[in-house]
Design a protein around this ligand. Structure first.
Ligand SMILES: Nc1ncnc2c1ncn2[C@@H]1O[C@H](COP(=O)(O)OP(=O)(O)OP(=O)(O)O)[C@@H](O)[C@H]1O
Ligand SMILES: O=c1[nH]c(=O)c2[nH+]cn([C@@H]3O[C@H](COP(=O)(O)O)[C@@H](O)[C@H]3O)c2[nH]1
Ligand SMILES: NC(=O)CC[C@H](N)C(=O)O
Ligand SMILES: [Mg+2]
Length: 515
């Protein structure tokens, strides 16, 4: 078996907003890569054994005191190096050239003239459109470097040293606004570094299954399973590796969607025959939520109860060594990035520090993957489409979509409305096109008229958003007739609702959820 990690690329991060995009593009070209802070020690770089090194862009200027630098040794390790934007300026600086502020800042689409098509620009036209975003430029080119491309205001727009296999571009090949950026990256990876496109989810599944078997040996593993994409793929992958030695714990917290508990249990018990402990703790959760209207207090109570229930169930299982979690690569990057541990990581991302409660070692088989790669793994593993394309659903569930107190009556209203939203979104073919679609029950009543009778009933807000990572989002421009159908069905079919409104706020300044 060929190891999909064999041909890998190291991306040293200098703080560019595009660093993750570089990684995405390389992965799309089927090459494994990792992002590390520019301060990664030389021995660690050597141990990582990259077959190509990319220096990212960054907000600083190389000539400033305290600018982020790497030692010259990094350029002399052996693997070819590609500097992008700040990375190019850095190369030039380290190799003895001069970088200074340009007369005019270049920002946006630019025409770029290519003067050499041998390696980095093989197969490209003499003129290409590229995306620029810089205020500094190469003023004096370092000894050994030659110019292979330029724009009207940036003479040293692309440079190389063929002997030492060092390359640099002032523009950003990783953004879509550089239409042939992918070709340039492919030239670097396949032409210059001589890599092979080994990274695909089939080989990932094979390699990871073996690695998990080796690591876990004869020990036992537990996994908190929500039925969401991340924990489901984690569970199925582990089940494939260690079979019966995996036990999943799925908690019904009383605020799940309509039919969700049954669906998750059926899918995992019947299709995968995996050990699934189903804990119906809905009574205790709902009891704890009685009278609570503050959103943060709802979250805290649900989080604490999750941990209690989980610990109790895990305790019943006896000797367990590992806890599996569906941590993804963006979570990892956020916590190791150039800027240091990020404050934006959501505290809710795992079940809330379970390892502190129980002395378990963590297993995170998806920690190298982006969400779309996780979905592909799910597909390789034969998970049903419905599960793979499921919208994210928060751990505190419907509790944070019922504004005000969570009561059995109000839960029933929201569940039914929510089920209609999902059904109609799927029927109209819009479910997969949007990031999330759900109903929210508002804590107010409004007047309506039904069959000549005055009504005084609840309002449902519809929230449907487009997003790529939930960090920013915009309301989806759904067709009016779909909105009309949603409103009609909800008002007609759900008792105690007489009005539906559509949320047209973007994030920021609003958030996706209402609480
Ligand atoms: N009802 C539940 N029972 C057991 N574990 C749960 C439950 N809800 C959430 N969890 C745990 O909390 C983790 C975080 O939940 P989160 O919603 O962020 O991720 P997910 O459900 O795996 O995927 P998605 O983001 O697609 O919903 C889950 O991966 C799972 O381990
Ligand atoms: O597991 C979770 N526990 C939570 O407490 C929680 N709050 C928000 N979300 C999800 O995170 C994304 C961003 O949501 P917001 O824009 O509302 O912050 C959206 O996808 C939300 O659904 C949660 N997920
Ligand atoms: N985007 C970048 O990498 C910018 C690099 C450098 N700070 C400049 O403005 O030229
Ligand atoms: Mg979830």
């Amino acid at each position: 078996m060929i190891d999909p990690h064999r041909d890998k690329v190291l991306i040293l991060d200098f703080g560019s907003q595009y660093t993750q995009l570089i990684a995405r593009r390389i992965r799309e070209l089927q090459v494994y890569c990792e992002i590390h802070p520019y301060l990664m020690p030389l021995e660690q770089i050597e141990a990582f054994a990259p077959r190509g090194i990319i220096l990212s862009g960054g907000p600083r200027s190389v000539y400033e005191p305290g600018a982020p630098l790497v030692s010259r040794e990094v350029l002399e390790l052996g693997p070819p190096v590609l500097g992008i934007c700040y990375g190019l300026q850095l190369l030039n600086h380290i190799l003895g050239g001069k970088v200074s502020p340009a007369a005019s800042r270049e920002y946006g689409r630019k025409n770029f003239t290519i003067s050499d098509h041998q390696d980095l620009f093989a197969g490209l036209s003499p003129h290409e459109s590229v995306w620029m975003s810089h205020g500094d430029h190469i003023d004096e080119i370092a000894p050994g470097l030659e110019i292979i491309g330029s724009s009207d205001t940036c003479p040293a727009g692309a440079v190389r040293d063929q002997r030492r296999r060092i390359f640099g571009v002032q523009f950003h090949p990783e953004v879509k606004h550089t239409p042939n950026g992918g070709k340039i990256l492919a030239n670097f990876l396949f032409g210059i570094c001589g890599l092979q496109p080994l990274w695909n989810m089939r080989s990932f599944v094979e390699a990871t299954t073996q690695a998990l078997r080796q690591k876990i040996g004869t020990e036992r593993v537990i996994c908190a399973l929500s039925g969401g994409v991340d924990s489901s793929v984690t569970a199925v992958l582990l089940h494939r590796a260690i079979g019966d030695r995996l036990t999943c714990i799925f908690v019904n917290n009383g605020v799940l969607r309509q039919g969700e508990a049954e669906k998750v249990v059926r899918l995992f018990r019947e299709n995968y025959r995996l050990n699934l402990v189903y804990v119906d703790a809905s009574k205790s959760f709902l009891k704890l939520l009685e009278g609570i209207v503050d959103p943060e207090e709802k979250r805290r109570r649900i989080g604490r109860e999750f941990i209690r229930v989980f610990a109790e169930e895990a305790g019943k299982l006896g000797q367990v060594k590992y806890l599996a979690q569906g941590t993804l690569y963006p979570d990892v990057i956020e916590s190791v990035s150039f800027k240091g541990p990020s404050a934006t990581i959501k505290t809710h991302h795992n079940v809330g520090g379970l390892p502190e409660v129980m002395p378990l070692e963590l297993i995170e088989p998806l920690r190298e993957l982006f969400k779309d790669e996780v979905r592909e793994v799910g597909s390789e593993l034969g998970l049903p489409e419905e599960m793979i394309w499921r919208h994210p659903f928060p751990g505190p569930g419907l509790a944070i979509r019922i504004l005000g107190e969570v009561t059995p009556e109000r839960l029933a209203i929201l569940r039914q409305a929510d089920a209609i939203v999902l059904e109609e979104m799927k029927a109209a073919g819009f479910y997969r096109q949007v990031w999330q679609a759900f109903a929210v029950l508002l804590p107010i009543k409004t007047v309506g008229v039904m069959g000549d009778e005055r009504t005084y009933e609840n309002v449902i807000a519809l929230r449907v958003v487009d997003s790529t990572d939930a960090m920013t989002a915009d309301w989806s421009r759904l067709p009016y007739d779909l909105l009309a159908r949603l409103a009609n069905r909800i008002i007609n079919e759900v008792k105690h609702v007489n009005r539906v409104v559509y949320d047209i706020s973007s994030k920021p300044p609003s958030t996706i959820e209402w609480e």
